[in-house]
Design a binder for this molecule. Structure first.
Ligand code: GDP
Ligand code: GDP
Length: 453
């Protein structure tokens, strides 16, 4: 199963795993139906990304491992949009922003048979500010005869329109050559070392995100000038807390509330994703005075998927009485069972109660997120665990865990080299033991298995 694949392992020899760098990211953006998914499939050389013929169907952004002429990279299909024109403009703007923050190369796809639409112009306007290379792909040029149509796309101001037919593979090899040529030697440094830590304040509407932001800014002071060596996006804010600067991402999105009748939630989820993408730690706000809902859990899922450190913040604690408290405890046991490792803080954004506890919680979570266990330590730990509780026999065969290494931090990611299949239950057992021995409170931990026969 795909759970057992270790992506880096496809590209790297065992001895290179430790401290293996992340792969550069190629983001494919553009308005709906221009052929983004088709192009991603073409890049992957297989039909994996969903191609949806029904306009207006939202898809989640997905990442895939790809390779061209020996150059590995990650390709992300930004997918998703809102059906109405107004909402779509916003979705595209967020997609473009997200790509500029997270990608190393951006491919913007336009439908050459339609020409430049206002949505294409909107996305181009944003991408012209990009500091990472942008390639313009003029898609659906299925024949030589159609080449000339693409010339009008020069008007987008993104340079030469590279004509392709994603569906038929026409010109896609040339485009891939250009993508690979534009890839940086090393993926960009997403989080400048030593800079202010990056925080995403997330949660469903009305849980008190903007109230908390205002409280934090009001209590201390919002740092107006840039801290030396850091650049802060205009949509972000530096806030001094506990004597240190913290980089809160996408605070503009919290201050400038967009409430549209349709697709508001979808737009909010795109924003959440964008914020998580550029953050290191997430503060998940939950309204403690109300039952935990599906919508809270959806935001939680996004955080877990993002691999960011996590602090769960129960807000509106001033409204919580004895009765509610008891019920909340039960809800936490039931609903937050997948993140027993998360740090929890109870606050009131309006009264300021316990707001100062956020800083130590974030610091602790980030310390876990950054932590590296040495290979020596890890393998002596593994030997003891396996001697005490060997993996269960499967199909008459005793799987053997030969070696473990921490392949990455942020979040801590471990690779187990085994012969024979390791059951999910045993993997979870090892993860639990890892946490018991090494902590990692506040951070997700990933355990990948590489089977060698
Ligand atoms: P997305 O919404 O941007 O991801 O677009 P899709 O990849 O889902 O493609 C939208 C539609 O355009 C689908 O019906 C595709 O089959 C079609 N399409 C994609 N690429 C091409 C192409 O190169 N030529 C033609 N003629 N159709 C294409
Ligand atoms: P957002 O949509 O998550 O940014 O939530 P807001 O900050 O706009 O807050 C939604 C509502 O909850 C507003 O009426 C706030 O005044 C109220 N609120 C926020 N925090 C608290 C709190 O700690 N206690 C109480 N009683 N109300 C709060």
């Amino acid at each position: 199963s795909s759970e057992d694949d270790f992506d880096l392992g496809e590209f790297l020899a065992e001895e290179e795993l430790e401290g293996a760098p992340a792969l550069p990211v190629v983001a494919v953006v553009g308005r709906p139906n221009v052929g983004k998914s088709t192009l991603v499939n073409r890049i992957l050389g297989r039909r994996e990304a969903v191609v949806e013929d029904v306009p207006g169907v939202t898809r989640d952004r997905v990442s895939y491992s790809a390779e061209w002429t020996g150059h590995p990279f990650t390709v992300t299909d930004t997918g998703g949009w809102e059906p109405d024109a107004k909402g779509m403009g916003r979705s595209i703007a967020v997609q473009a922003e997200l790509a500029m923050r997270a990608a190393d190369v951006i491919v913007v796809v336009v439908d050459a048979t339609v020409g430049a639409t206002s949505a294409d112009e909107a996305v181009s306007r944003i991408l012209r500010r990009s500091t990472v290379p942008v390639l313009l792909a003029a898609n659906k040029v299925d024949s030589e005869r159609a080449e000339a149509d693409a010339a009008v796309l020069w008007s987008l101001g993104l340079g030469e329109p590279h004509t392709i037919s994603a569906a038929h593979g026409r010109g896609t090899a040339d485009l891939l050559d250009l993508i690979v040529a534009a890839l940086p030697e090393k993926p960009r440094e997403r989080f400048a070392p030593g800079g202010p830590r990056r925080v995403a304040l997330v949660g469903k509407p009305n849980v008190g995100k903007s109230s908390l932001l205002n409280k934090l800014v009001g209590e201390e002071r919002s740092v107006v000038d840039n801290v030396a060596g850091t650049t802060v996006d205009p949509v972000d804010e530096l806030i001094e807390l506990g004597g240190k600067s913290w980089h809160f991402v996408d605070t503009a999105g919290l201050r400038r509330k967009v409430r549209s009748a349709t697709g508001h939630e979808y737009y909010a989820s795109l924003r959440t994703r964008a914020a998580l993408e550029s953050a290191e730690v997430a503060l998940l706000l939950i309204d403690a005075s109300q039952p935990i809902t599906e919508q809270d859990l959806r935001v939680l899922s996004m955080i877990v998927d993002s691999g960011r450190a996590l602090v769960v913040v129960f807000n509106k604690w001033d409204l919580v009485d004895e009765d509610r408290r008891e019920r909340l405890d039960k809800e936490i046991d039931r609903e937050l069972e997948r993140v027993p490792w998360a740090r929890r803080v109870n606050i009131s954004a309006t009264t300021g109660r316990s707001v100062q506890k956020l800083v130590p919680a974030m610091e602790g979570a980030l310390e876990s997120w950054d932590r590296r266990v040495s290979t020596g330590q890890l393998n002596s730990w593994l030997k003891d665990i396996i001697a005490a509780t060997p993996p269960p026999v499967r199909g008459g065969r005793q799987p053997r865990v030969k070696f473990a290494t921490q392949a990455a931090t942020r979040p801590p990611t471990f690779v187990l080299f085994t012969t024979g299949f390791l059951e999910a239950g045993y993997r979870r057992f090892l993860e639990r033991k890892l946490r018991e021995s090494f902590g990692f409170e506040g951070s997700p931990v990933r355990v990948n298995v590489r089977v060698r026969d």
